[in-house]
Design a binder for this molecule. Structure first.
Ligand code: HEM
Ligand code: HEM
Length: 226
């Protein structure tokens, strides 16, 4: 009999779709320029808050959100690549690498943004605390990392499309509704330790996540206040 397993808790799903919204906002506002740069900075602070939240949730969050339950050892990654190890219920070993790459590049973009200057009228809130050489260096990283970020996001979308089209695996629905439907015939593709292992997603977890997110948002707002 098919069973539905909660894989992505509400905090992870909200994190994901808010991140997508903020990234789009960041790219659109920088193209508009002028006063829209205030919104560019604001969406950057939101992204920073979300990434810090995700890193904390990767340590204290629900089962499938935790890094320890999805970041593969080199051996497991190799076995997965040669088809000798199952993917698992949450992120598969390759997906895990893409999650780390996305969080790192997005994090680098948000942090360097704090020191970036357009040399005319707008600069990040920390630019005034460092030398002009450092501002120039971090601004060039902010510009260069834009291309890496676009490449990593494009790879992310291609991977999702590949799994959908060629492996018949819909990864998007679980990221929207939280559950994965497991057929008895799919069980061989899951790690035995993952089977039946749902992520806790009750009121307590959600309240706890909201409290954590609020705390991080207040801290970020305090430090970037100009
Ligand atoms: C993850 C969050 C962010 C993303 C995705 C992002 C993206 C970008 C992009 C794509 C550019 C244009 C680079 C180019 O022209 O090639 C840019 C420029 C810039 N960003 Fe960000 N940014 C982020 C966060 C921030 C933050 C937090 C700040 C400051 C508070 C900031 C301040 C700036 C400034 C001052 C520029 C230069 C604009 C110019 O030269 O006209 N960014 N950003
Ligand atoms: C701005 C663009 C995007 C960024 C930065 C991004 C980032 C991420 C991150 C960080 C994760 C890991 C989730 C976690 O464990 O916390 C993830 C997973 C995922 N994303 Fe995105 N995402 C983007 C766009 C999209 C879009 C447009 C879609 C859908 C069409 C999508 C579908 C998914 C899915 C299905 C997963 C789960 C993959 C799996 O099962 O391993 N993403 N994304």
């Amino acid at each position: 009999m098919k069973q539905n397993i909660r894989v992505w808790d509400l905090p992870i799903r909200l994190f994901h779709w808010l991140l997508v919204l903020c990234i789009i906002t960041s790219f659109v506002t920088v193209k508009i320029g002028g006063n829209a740069m205030e919104l560019h900075a604001f969406s950057g602070y939101c992204i920073l808050t979300l990434v810090i939240f995700r890193v904390c949730w990767g340590v204290i969050g629900s089962y499938h959100a935790r890094f320890i339950n999805f970041v593969p050892s080199p051996q497991r990654l190799l076995q997965y690549l040669v088809g000798k190890a199952p993917g698992g219920l949450g992120h598969n070993p390759l997906g895990a690498l893409s999650v780390l790459a996305l969080l790192t590049t997005v994090g680098v973009q948000a942090i360097t943004g704090l020191f970036t200057s357009d040399d005319i009228s707008f600069e990040g809130p920390f630019a005034k605390y460092v030398s002009s050489g450092t501002v120039e260096f971090l601004t060039s990283i902010h510009y260069f990392n834009e291309k890496i970020l676009i490449a990593v996001i494009a790879l992310h979308l291609c991977a999702i499309f590949y799994y959908q089209k060629f492996k018949g695996e819909d990864l998007i629905k679980p990221m929207l509704i939280g559950d994965k439907e497991i057929d008895p015939s799919d069980e061989a593709n899951c790690l035995p330790t993952n089977l039946g292992r749902a992520s806790k997603d009750g009121g307590f977890q959600r309240g706890y996540a909201l409290l954590l997110l609020s705390l991080i948002a207040v801290l970020v707002a305090y430090f970037v206040k100009r």
